[in-house]
Design a protein around this ligand. Sequence first.
Ligand code: SAM
Length: 367
Amino acid sequence: MSEIAHPTIKDGWFREISEMWPGQAMTLKVNNIIHHEKSQYQDVLIFESSDYGTVLVLDNVIQCTERDEFAYQEMITHLAMNSHPDPKKVLVIGGGDGGVLREVIKHDCVEEAILCDIDEAVIRLSKQYLPGMAVGFQDPRVKVHVGDGFKFLEEYKNEFDVIITDSSDPEGPAESLFQKPYFELLFGALKEGGVITTQGCTFSFICVNLVIYFLWWLFYPSITPHFGIAFWGVYDRFWRWHGHWHWRWRLAFSSILVLIFNSYFIYLKHMLTYTAENQWLHLPLITKLKKDCKEVFPNVEYAYTTIPTYPSGQIGFMVCCKDANRDTKTPLRTWPAEKEETINRYYNAAIHKASFVLPNFARAALR
Ligand code: SAM
């Protein structure tokens, strides 16, 4: 044992005691206290445990252990990333250990990943003592900002495809990240539908439509009888009434119809996930979070992962999407099964779906 002492460690055992989980406490056997400091925002403790590797503790609460961190980092990241068709610009709020970044950059489509953590100490110490997670900082697509995630978000509008909030618990510096004004900021910072959001397939869809409209306009009325569906019929009748229009008006009218028609298909596609505590301990809090999220996002689902060193062995995520019709429970993108097994230790397409299936007591509360 090192000479450094810490109030949470007695007789060689770390004890995680908190009002957030009354009457129970996770204990881990400590081999060695590696580092302890009071940063500007929180108490930072790093110790080597007997069976869970290096452990990061903030304000006496376990943030991650080398042995099981992947169950959390992979799920909070890929639930959002794989529910988006083509995430290019990603924001991580919190996540100073680098684990979520490590997962984000597994997606080749990502062009830029920005991390905003309030505490430089977490980033500095993770780089030093948790290299398996901090490896995420080394990718050239990654940019780091040290500051409050709430304030950071206020500066962005329609900017990100995916936002992942990997913050500490709602006591301390992360308190503002668990309230409705924060969800509103998240909503605003996610990209809206429109020109910038037209991804590859939607763009080609628009092009095909434009060509059809143009040909139609050029050869009208000889080809119109071939279009049997209602929309074309309405358009055809309208056209007959206004067939005397100047060609410029016809073109303008066709273009407006193209825009209206396609806006349905390019409707908002943007995703975020959000840590949402434990079903056994925090059901009222999760219910409130879901309600608050639903007041801001049209599409909100709750998923969870299992992880031995978080309270009661489980932690949940709010998966929110601006697109009311998106099925976030089914991944839009998947890795080939072989690749999935080599790059991920927890996440796979089947567990993506399964993570939204809740036991009755939680399902009833969260309905
Ligand atoms: N996975 C962990 C968990 O759920 O226990 C969270 C780990 S991560 C290290 C939490 C990070 O959130 C910390 O590095 C902390 O500094 C950061 N954080 C807390 N409040 C924040 C805020 N208001 N803005 C940005 N980052 C914040």
